[in-house]
Design a binder for this molecule. Structure first.
Ligand code: CP
Length: 303
């Protein structure tokens, strides 16, 4: 059972495997039937989202829960209401669990300190996105049959990426060898600041032939208050996964992207739409993994 899911570091290998197995059970139609019937899940989205928001909504309904969808735009947040007061308001209405996306790193942790109900972090600033890492792990296992021993390259704007951090933590815990690759302005000098054992490279063409999994990251222009590379064109030329670079990959290697994509910047459209790409599978698997997470939250499941 999961108390809160705030960070990928909350998951030991056994718990992560239990979530992936339960998600696979749901995919096979073998999961528990509507384990959250009678429970209401609140989705608090203070930051924009397409995949995560609709995925949690769909997942909650599929496990039998009622859903309250809260977007900061159009709510009393616009009148100055705090996160704490918003959470207490929803709590007074009897929600059983809260899913939160917020622009501030640590917001999910703060919320978990204020309420007794389980909290799931759906992305907090540039910090963490643990359910994205779980759905990515599920997708890797689905395509390649295992995670342990695989070489995973996480490429691009690592500096602003909660996806990179959560994947480095989770995939490392599950036995993958993670390398982050990108311009010196956007990757840490020491990979250990992300997770133990993470390696750093500034040479994408050298890393690609060795990789089993290439995870391309979105260039997060909205989090960049300064220039981190000379131009989008230059970034694409040096760090983008185009058709020429994709040809350097081993035949079995897969290409991932959490979305939303900047087509033609970090990934060429031809590569995103190729047979190697898992991008659509990642979205589909997100629902299964989030069903599993919600159904394993402590104190919620009634069957
Ligand atoms: N991958 C992801 O978090 O996408 P959204 O921002 O659309 O939720």
């Amino acid at each position: 059972m999961i108390e809160n899911l705030l960070s990928a570091a909350d998951l030991d290998a056994a718990t992560a495997a239990a979530i992936l197995d339960r998600a696979a059970g749901f995919a096979a139609g073998a999961g528990p039937d509507q384990p959250l019937r009678g429970v209401t899940v609140a989705n608090l989205f203070y930051e924009d989202s397409t995949r995560t928001r609709f995925s949690f909504d769909t997942a909650a309904r599929r496990v039998g829960a009622g859903v309250v969808n809260f977007a900061a735009k159009g709510s009393s947040v616009a009148k100055g209401e705090s996160l704490k007061d918003t959470a207490w308001t929803l709590r007074a209405m009897g929600v059983g669990a809260v899913v939160i996306r917020h622009g501030a790193a640590g917001a999910a942790h703060r919320l978990a300190g204020w309420i007794d109900e389980p909290v799931v972090n759906a992305g907090d600033g540039a910090h963490e996105h643990p359910t994205q890492a779980l759905l990515d792990a599920y997708t890797i296992r689905q395509r390649l049959g295992r995670i342990a021993g695989l070489r995973v390259a996480i490429v691009g704007d690592v500096r602003h990426s909660r996806v990179a951090r959560s994947n480095a933590i989770l995939l490392g815990a599950l036995g993958a060898k993670v390398t982050v690759v990108g311009p010196p302005t956007l990757v840490p000098r020491d990979g250990a600041v992300l997770a133990p054992g993470v390696e750093v490279s500034f040479d994408l063409d050298a890393v690609l032939p060795e990789a089993d999994v290439v995870m391309m990251l979105r260039v997060q222009h909205e989090r960049m208050g300064q220039a981190f590379f000379p131009s989008v064109r230059e970034y694409s030329r040096r760090w983008g996964l185009d058709v020429r670079r994709a040809a350097l990959l081993a035949e079995h290697a897969i290409v991932m992207h959490p979305g939303p994509m900047n087509r033609g910047v970090e990934i060429a459209g031809e590569v995103a739409d190729s047979a190697r790409s898992t991008i659509v599978d990642q979205v589909a698997n997100g629902v299964l993994v989030r069903m599993a997470v919600l159904s394993l939250l402590k104190g919620l499941a009634n069957r």
